[in-house]
Write a protein of this length. Structure first.
Lengths: 568, 128
């Protein structure tokens, strides 16, 4: 079965692969995430509270205005209805002859003034619009109302309540009028002028100390009674209220001084009037502005505190993580070194034998020289002595070469990038294993594609990688087995080194775990870190490692390396 | 006493053969296991001194084959520090003793005498 593993996660290497800027990005992600889940709900809650408080303050301020406006409307309707009823009473109770007589009319005026109050004068106008009789303070008999709108309107509707107007008396007043229909079909209009001062007093008493102003307006916004804030009768209001509103309403506007005011308004039924009740909303606005300032200050201070805490917390945690990663990286580096030393240690038998042999030669050759000079009793030939000394020197060279090779492996632990000939590097690794191959009758072939260029990489790390993999290959094969190492150029950016053995292969259930730390099948003979560290180193060097294994047939590890190492 | 020296390091074999000769021990050297077995077939020896680690036939292979044919022929194994386990296995397989490299020539001579006395060799080697 052909199984391929090309990207297992080796946990130990992660700490050494953290790119530049990782912690800064992690800190900003943490700060953004925590800040958004804490600050956004706070802002939303504050905005909701802001609107709730604003609405509560508004309701608190408008409620008395609304209540008094409704009272004023009902009061005005009642007042005018009473005046109309009084006029109707005169209209029905008095004969036309009585009403045509100004003296009789004056008696009726006196009577309704006493009974109802609020009347200024009383007059009768014939169908031609001429004042027939009059009881009151002005001289109006004979005056013609033929061209007056109110006269035509009352003629058509039967009952009429006028706007405030100046009229012949040249002072603001309003009238109520009803039709008097005689038995012979002749039409008369009975008209009364209403005392607006009584209305003004009534409105003022309704407004009481709670409100600042109360007055009547008509549908066009013309003042029908004097206003403390907006001027005298017949002046124009500086704002619009709803024309003939069905329900009482509240308007927020400003008075002539630019101060905010609440205007309660309501139509007085069956009249051209609307009552307007004014309350300066300075208190409401003042309290609300104060609370609003506190709310906004609370929000700003809270957000700044949260952001500060989040930033401090994230920085603290990231620093802890960075320190932990740094410690882990140091540990990992030590582990790599230990692994390398362990790998070299596994070669100790071969190395010891390699050193023992030249040492033995030196020992025996020196002993022979001693024998020749002392034991045999005769002068040894010079050539013989020189030959033995030459043998000693060449054996010393052998020992020296082995020592240098070992040191060359042990000292390359710091990460350095240099130009590397992969063939020379691999053959250097194989020199450690030459004797073992010879004793175990192993065939080791190295084939290198002619086009393979030198690569920029780390010599010490690559030595460790190939020592680990080739050591494993040696352990996997039986006596007389073979190991093939091929180096080839993959493309303009990469080279590949394949180490193939014809050993026992890796069981399917183990294949997925071979790059995991501490995974070993050597039962005490291995640390389980070799391939895990190999994987980490190759990742660090910008390459990748793949394994292709058939149980019982052999294994092939392919290491792909970049021609130039990317600086992380 | 006739001794067969077997080691893949020819310079070591030559030096040992010559030093034993100076001590009146008739020694012959070969540099691999096959040559050693051939030599033993051809000539009588009292003791075989054989390196444990050699290309092809190693010391353990040689001792097994020797003991099959001549169980009384004494075999002394030479070993480095890295292969004492193999040497101990050789002793269990019938080796007279094993010596650690580098060997002291006087120690070797002493052990050779002991081995010759203990063993029966494979022929007519004489103790001097």
């Amino acid at each position: 079965m052909n199984l391929r593993v090309d990207s297992p996660q080796a946990a130990v290497e992660s700490s050494t692969l953290i790119p530049h800027g990782y912690y800064r990005r992690l800190r900003w992600i943490s700060v953004s995430a925590v800040a958004s889940v804490s600050v956004i709900p706070l802002i939303i809650m504050t905005v909701i509270n802001y609107h709730q408080y604003e609405e509560a303050f508004r309701i608190e301020a408008t409620r008395p205005v609304h209540r008094l406006t409704v009272s004023a409307k009902l009061s005005m309707e009642s007042y005018l209805s009473e005046r109309l009823s009084a006029l109707q009473l005169v209209n029905r109770a008095a004969s036309i002859e009585e009403m045509r007589d100004s003296a009789e009319l004056a008696k009726w005026l006196t009577h309704i003034k006493r009974s109802f109050g609020g009347f200024v004068d009383l007059g009768l106008i014939d169908a031609a619009g001429k004042q027939v009789s009059y009881a009151g303070p002005h001289e109006l008999i004979g005056r013609s109302y033929q061209d007056h709108d109110w006269f035509h309107e009352v003629s058509q509707r039967g009952v009429y309540v006028s706007d405030v107007f100046l009229g012949y008396r040249d002072s603001p007043h309003f009238v109520i009028a009803v039709i008097h229909d005689t038995s012979d079909g002749t039409l008369y209009v009975l008209r009364a002028t209403i005392d607006t001062n009584a209305i003004v007093r009534r409105l003022a008493s309704l407004a009481g100390p709670e409100l600042n102003d109360a007055f009547l307006i008509n549908r066009e916004g013309i003042l029908q009674t004097p206003s403390r804030l907006f001027g005298e009768v017949l002046g124009q209001l500086p704002f619009q209220v709803a024309e003939n509103p069905e329900e009482p309403g509240i308007l927020e506007t400003k008075d002539p001084d630019g101060k905010p005011v609440l205007v309660g308004y309501a139509a007085v039924s069956n009249t051209p009037f609307e009552v307007a009740m004014i309350n300066r909303s300075g208190v409401y606005h003042g309290d609300w502005l104060s609370l609003r300032r506190e709310l906004v200050s609370f929000l700003i201070v809270s957000v700044l505190l949260i952001l500060g805490m989040v930033f401090w917390g994230a920085t603290y945690m990231i620093n802890r993580a960075r320190n932990a990663d740094s410690r882990r990286a140091t540990l990992y580096h030590k582990m790599e070194y230990t692994n390398k030393m362990a790998a070299i240690g596994r070669l100790a038998a071969g190395v010891a034998h390699e050193i023992n042999n030249p040492l033995s030669i030196i020992h025996q050759n020196a002993g022979l020289v001693q024998d020749l000079l002392s034991v045999s009793g005769k002068e040894p030939p010079k050539e013989k002595l020189l030959s033995l000394i030459e043998s000693v020197l060449s054996s010393v060279d052998r020992c020296s070469a082995i020592t240098h090779r070992l040191l060359g492996f042990a000292r390359h632990m710091d990460v350095e990038t240099e130009e590397i000939d992969l063939e020379l590097l691999i053959r250097g690794v194989l020199m450690f294993l030459e004797k073992e191959a010879s004793y175990r009758n192993l065939r080791v072939d190295v084939t290198v594609d002619e086009k393979v260029p030198t690569i920029q990489s780390d010599r010490g790390q690559l030595q460790q990688v190939f020592l680990n993999i080739i050591n494993n290959a040696f352990a996997a094969v039986e006596e007389g087995g073979s190991i093939a190492i091929s180096v080839r150029k993959l493309n303009d950016q990469q080279v590949a080194v394949a180490i193939t053995d014809n050993g026992m292969g890796i069981p399917e259930q183990n294949l997925a775990h071979i790059f995991e730390p501490f995974f070993t099948t050597k039962k005490g003979a291995g640390t389980g870190l070799g391939l895990s560290i190999t994987y980490g180193i190759i990742q660090k060097l910008g390459g990748k490692i793949e394994v292709d294994s058939h149980e019982g047939k052999g294994t092939c590890f392919t290491v792909t390396l970049p021609l130039e190492r990317k600086q992380s | 006493m006739r001794v067969l020296m077997v080691d893949d390091e020819v310079e070591l074999v030559n030096a040992l053969v010559e030093r034993l000769g100076i001590r009146d021990i008739d020694a012959v050297g070969v540099t691999n296991g096959h040559d050693a077995l051939e030599k033993i077939y051809e000539e009588p020896f009292d003791v075989v001194v054989c390196d444990v680690k050699m290309p092809g036939l190693g010391g353990l292979d040689v001792i097994k084959k020797v003991k099959e044919k001549w169980p009384d022929l004494a075999v002394i194994l030479l070993t480095g520090h890295g292969s004492t386990r193999d040497a101990e296995e050789g002793v269990r397989a019938g080796a007279f003793r094993y010596l650690m490299k580098p060997i002291n020539i006087e120690t070797l001579v002493e052990v050779l005498r002991e081995a010759t006395e203990a063993g029966n060799g494979r022929g007519d080697g004489q103790i001097p």
